[in-house]
Design a binder for this molecule. Sequence first.
Ligand SMILES: [Zn+2]
Length: 274
Amino acid sequence: MPEGPEIKRSADAIAQVLEGHVVESADLHHNALAGSECAIVGQTVERIECRGKALLTHFSSGKTMYSHNQLYGLWRVTPRGKLAATNRALRIALHTDNHSASLYSATDISIWDTSGIEQHPFLQRLGPDLLAPETQADTVLALLEQATFKNRQLASLYLDQGFIAGNGNYLRSEILFFAGVNPLLKPRELTQPARKKLAKNTISISQRSYRTGGITLPASITPKDTKPGRRYYERDRFAVFAREGKPCRICRTPIKKSVVTSRRIYWCPKCQPA
Ligand SMILES: [Zn+2]
């Protein structure tokens, strides 16, 4: 399942072809969109916005389309009318003068008044967005010290979209590793400097992954031939994620794996002591 950085990169690609452009025609193959042609067709896309794993498409009609990719949804951007070759079910295609942005397979789609979009039940439950410019290390530090979150195990907190939206499984392992904290600890069990370091890494590792397209290792220790499609891509781009039994890139201790909140987590027992 894509995490915040992947979703933001996908939103960037969609924004690049839609923002400021008029939707000249549209294919709307989802019940929730029946009767919504006039809210979309002939309208300008004013802004594309990521909220955690949801995407908001704001139209000049004063309407906003909410879509959530869940596990299988996928957006594709192509030259106009040249839709991707795929067996997936097409839900939406928005056609501008030059491009088509198409959403496949997703089922969680709805149209809202832009002024009322914050009432969406999913958005109401979300914490601040991991990659939003206004989300800074201080924002994360304040959350780590809030009564709601400070007694929760980090391993569970770092998957909770109500804590920070856009976090996900590989980011959880990678952020906790670079912050040097054990996944089983709670924020209140950390020293103030350790909480600060964790807050700082929460932002910096996510932004690095966004910039690099999913590589969380700093450039200085990223294997030269790391690229998508390479056989060991999954474990070569991370410090600990998917590297069970491999030597820690810092201290050579074998990386451990366990399952917390039904998802696999990886850590170094020496760099992240209990
Ligand atoms: Zn280590």
